[in-house]
Design a protein around this ligand. Structure first.
Ligand SMILES: [Zn+2]
Length: 90
């Protein structure tokens, strides 16, 4: 028997210093939080069909590789350069 680090009761430790009940509660809360973060990500994401302008995707991929960003971050960076910073400067 040892003490659960969450409920501070003497119980058999199931995993990560937690008793079985606390471990499963923590795991469920983590999953729920991940689900809501995932939902939020979907709310603020678009998927882009580059087929009409494939050269843009190739250029973005080239720049992303050169600057060690992922393609999504590179697209944001390019948009910020062309739209974002101009707005904040004016
Ligand atoms: Zn516990």
């Amino acid at each position: 028997m040892s003490v659960c680090s969450k409920c501070i009761k003497e119980k058999p430790i199931f995993a990560k210093g937690l008793c079985c009940a606390c471990y499963h509660r923590a795991r469920r809360e983590k999953l729920e939080q991940e689900a809501s973060e995932e939902k939020e990500r979907e709310d603020f994401s678009v998927s882009i069909d580059f087929r009409p302008m494939l050269y843009l995707l190739e250029e973005i991929e080239k720049r992303a590789a050169a600057e060690l960003r992922d393609v999504g971050a590179q697209i944001l960076w390019e948009l910020n350069k062309s739209i974002g910073s101009q707005n904040s400067e004016s």
